[in-house]
Design a protein around this ligand. Structure first.
Ligand SMILES: NC(=O)c1ccc[n+]([C@@H]2O[C@H](COP(=O)([O-])OP(=O)(O)OC[C@H]3O[C@@H](n4cnc5c(N)ncnc54)[C@H](OP(=O)(O)O)[C@@H]3O)[C@@H](O)[C@H]2O)c1
Length: 306
């Protein structure tokens, strides 16, 4: 089955968090294609299922990491206005394009609109386009739920989709089904993606099952636990023993677990060797039993305090 695995999240939800599969999820749940390493979003666009994250990277780190990631095989880069490194990501992208490593069309760029920009989303979108140095953004997401004006910000993103500035739009940091539905019910375009803190100690099963009815896919931030916390997950006895069994690192086991669980995964790194390691997850497969063992690590425990 290696490299030919197509995984419906209904099946994976059963494997990873069985209680959470909702009626109706089966028809619209996005399917991961391990051959192309992509998923087709509800917007119709294909998105890579593994990318590199830019949180807390300096400008020089973000430029180099983007360039190394694209050179290694990554085709998805995740940044945000609030990270302050969109322009650096754009420089790394252009370096890779100029050297013939990728074309713009082959790369999927995600950025996020920060909450203080929600009242003037049109300007925020134009500013991100300008900093990134691109004429369209593959995916823009609202960085955090903010009931006071997130609908207004989302409607600005909807206008930008119509104008061809954004291809897909989505959300981040919506942790309650009711909060997600509040926004969906007030807007027209179904969110393509929800990016929430997700890792073996906080697997987001309830939200993943809830958003499947909209064809919305889950993306994991802090997939390895986040900078400063990775040792906790890397040294977890279950993860360490699965890693030993496959002759891979704990980071690779966790990334592979995300992908097989139906979570788009965006580990962050400023280290060239780690970036290569994080992309080298296509030649081994976790068994059902190993997936179940990691599913049993769920403890509803977030590393971030927001
Ligand atoms: N929407 C949101 O609110 C939100 C919040 C946080 C993050 N995010 C997004 O999610 C991405 C991922 O989160 P994150 O970067 O904060 O945390 P993370 O990916 O869980 O962990 C990053 C840490 O893992 C280390 N690492 C990566 N690969 C490794 C490997 N193979 N071996 C050992 N260590 C490794 C990195 O160190 P090195 O640099 O030394 O490799 C860094 O310390 C972010 O970059 C960002 O794009 C979004």
């Amino acid at each position: 089955m290696k490299n030919t695995l197509k995984i419906a999240c209904l099946v994976l939800s059963l494997l990873t968090s069985g209680a959470y599969v909702g009626a109706g999820a089966q028809e619209s749940c996005p399917v991961f294609d391990f051959e192309s390493k992509t998923v087709t979003l509800n917007s119709g666009y294909e998105m890579p299922i593994l990318g590199l994250g830019m949180f807390s990277l300096s400008n020089s780190e973000a430029e180099n990491s983007t360039y190394w990631a694209l050179s290694t095989g990554f085709r998805l880069i995740d940044t945000a206005r609030i990270y302050g490194n969109e322009a650096a990501v754009g420089r790394g992208l252009r370096r890779a394009i100029d050297e013939g490593i990728v074309t713009r069309e082959e790369v999927f760029i995600t950025t996020k609109m920060w909450t203080s920009d929600f009242d003037d989303g049109d300007a925020a979108i134009d500013a991100s386009l300008s900093r990134l140095g691109v004429d369209y953004i593959d995916l823009m997401i609202l960085h955090h739920s903010q009931p006071r004006n997130d609908v207004k910000a989302y409607q600005a993103m909807e206008r930008a989709v119509a104008a061809g500035k954004l291809r897909s739009i989505g959300l981040s940091n919506y942790y309650e089904p009711e909060d997600f539905d509040r926004l969906v019910n007030a807007t027209s375009i179904r969110p393509a993606l929800l990016q929430n803190e997700t890792h073996p100690y906080h697997q987001s099963g309830e939200m993943k099952a809830h958003i499947a009815q909209y064809g919305t896919v889950l993306e994991s931030w802090f997939p390895l636990g986040g900078r400063g916390n990775t040792r906790i997950l890397f040294n977890d006895p279950v993860i360490a023993s699965v890693a030993q069994a496959h002759g891979v690192s704990s980071a690779q086991v966790i990334i592979r677990w995300h992908l097989q669980a139906g979570n788009i995964c965006i580990p962050g790194s400023s280290n060239k060797e780690h970036i290569a390691e994080d992309y080298d997850v296509w030649d081994f497969e976790l068994s059902k039993d190993e997936m179940a063992q990691i599913a049993s690590l769920e403890r509803d425990d977030r590393f971030a305090d927001y």
